[in-house]
Design a protein around this ligand. Structure first.
Ligand code: COA
Length: 334
């Protein structure tokens, strides 16, 4: 311990930016192609529309635009960024990492970086990882990106998943926090027993691409929705409760929960179990659907724009994703 008795150095989120493609895909449009309806989608998920990448748009182009906006908000030059972590399950390609592509597109000459794969918990895990780089004093400015072009791995013929997902990107800047502010704590866990409940079966070393895997539609996301739903509610609530207990807090102390955006019924159940009214559970699901790595920064950006977070507020992020992965992070907003 470098400075016994004093507060540990923490990282704070000092800027937030987002990018979503222009093209809006409405429930009505989906209902013209699939055996579904606006009424089913809205009542079962809360989603009304989602964004879909246009020609030439990829995870790296969306992530690049989000980081460009982040830097311009703060007047940062490309050589001001020390590291870049990209949470994604839809990298432009398996390698090189999307972080390298964003670094190159923005000319971040002093940055190193990497991709982090934890599905819908990816942004939270990347936030925790980036925060350690700042908290140790190793770096001054770390950019964390959550970006996914889910339309590239969604089966357009599968109504059980095609209605849920969308494309987008968000980015946050991490810098040293003033004493008493910033990212206070996290609780994360993985449970690989859920590996068959949410996955893209082929394209990796287990099932390399072949005409058979393409014919069997194994390069698309597959999901056991009911199992994932139950896990999502119990794990997000449980993770938040661990942090509250560890810090002697109750839900009444929390200004806002920013949960992974998968289904409004999941968010409602999380709010109810924590005893929080719906206005204290951030939701942008209606506009964007589930954008996987991007949902937390999109929801955070929405909450900030709506004036739901002010300096000194306690904010809790909660996430759950394929793997399974899960966790929560406690922040005193700076
Ligand atoms: C996927 C999900 C919306 C399905 O909702 P649900 O209430 O569990 O619905 P069910 O799967 O029980 O399906 C009910 C019926 O609706 C049908 N259905 C499924 N998708 C439909 C659609 N888009 N339109 C119309 N009907 C649909 C089913 O086929 C089923 O019909 P059946 O009773 O004749 O078999 C829900 O389970 C969910 O959100 N799960 C979690 C997803 C998630 O969080 N994923 C990401 C985590 S990171």
């Amino acid at each position: 311990m470098a400075n016994p008795g004093s507060e540990p150095l923490r990282a704070a989120i000092t800027a937030v930016a987002m990018y979503v493609p222009e093209r809006v895909l409405t429930n009505a449009e989906l209902a013209r192609k699939l055996d579904t309806s606006d009424e089913w989608i809205v009542t079962r998920t809360g989603i009304r529309e989602r964004r879909i990448g246009g020609p030439g748009e990829t995870t790296s182009t969306m992530g690049t635009e989000a980081v460009r906006r982040l830097m311009s908000q703060r007047g940062l030059r490309p050589d001001d960024i020390d590291a870049l972590i990209v949470a994604t399950v839809t990298p432009d390609m398996l390698f090189p990492a999307t972080a390298c592509l964003i670094q190159d597109q923005l000319g971040l000459t002093q940055a190193w970086g990497f991709d982090l794969s934890a599905a819908c918990s990816g942004f939270l895990y990347a936030l925790t990882t980036g925060a350690q780089l700042v908290a140790t004093g190793a770096h001054r400015r770390v950019v964390v990106v959550g970006a996914d072009l889910m339309s590239s791995i969604i089966d357009p013929l599968d109504r059980t998943t095609a209605v849920l997902f969308g494309d987008g990107a968000g980015a946050v800047l991490l810098e040293a926090a003033e004493s008493g502010y910033g990212i206070m704590d996290f609780h994360h866990r993985v449970d690989g027993s859920g590996r068959n409940d949410l996955l893209m079966p082929a394209g990796g070393s287990l099932l390399p691409p072949s005409t058979a895997t393409v014919a069997a539609r194994q390069h698309f996301l597959k999901q056991n929705g009911k199992v994932v739903f139950k896990f999502a509610v119990s794990q997000m609530v449980g993770s938040v409760q661990v942090l509250l207990a560890r810090h002697g807090l109750t839900a009444a102390d929390i200004a806002l929960v920013v949960p992974h955006q998968a289904n409004q019924r999941i968010l409602d159940a999380v709010g109810q179990r924590l005893g929080l009214p719906s206005e204290r559970v951030a939701s942008v699901l209606a506009c964007y659907g589930n954008t996987t790595g991007a949902t937390l920064p999109l929801a955070l950006d929405g909450a900030l724009t709506a004036g739901k977070i002010k300096r000194g507020d306690l904010v809790v992020f909660a996430a759950v994703g394929a793997g399974f992965t899960a966790g929560a992070t406690l922040v005193r907003w700076a």
